[in-house]
Design a binder for this molecule. Sequence first.
Ligand SMILES: [Zn+2]
Length: 152
Amino acid sequence: MTKHYKNLKLVVEDSLLESIYQSSCVHYPKEYGGFLIGKYSNDFKTLYIEQSITAEIFKSSRVEFTRESNYLKSEFEKLFINKGLYYVGEWHTHPDGEAWYSSTDLSAMISIAREKNVKIDNPILLILSITSDSLKDFNFFILNNERLELYE
Ligand SMILES: [Zn+2]
């Protein structure tokens, strides 16, 4: 599917969303999350989200998900060298919650964009609203001027 924010496009396969959902539902009713991996077109107007890496070290509860701040540097380097893909953002679930960001989510994204080893000014946040047996809703956001804007 393709989503839009102003003149920017985001392209993601339904099968990737499905596999993200599958990896998170075993953690229900706790939140779960990971990294979004992809690439931008040469003009940076289209973002292709191609893979997800689930977080291995994290703290989570029904209302919070915090991954370890260290990136999986060697894994990311391999993806870049072998496939030309790189880190483009984050995802996590909101079990029985809305597919909308919290104030904690916003401040986490702002600090991610400020991290020196992240060479991305506008990281993406995907939030999935899940229930005990289904993916109810999801939204992609882009961090722009310290605000999370919705891809529609
Ligand atoms: Zn959240």
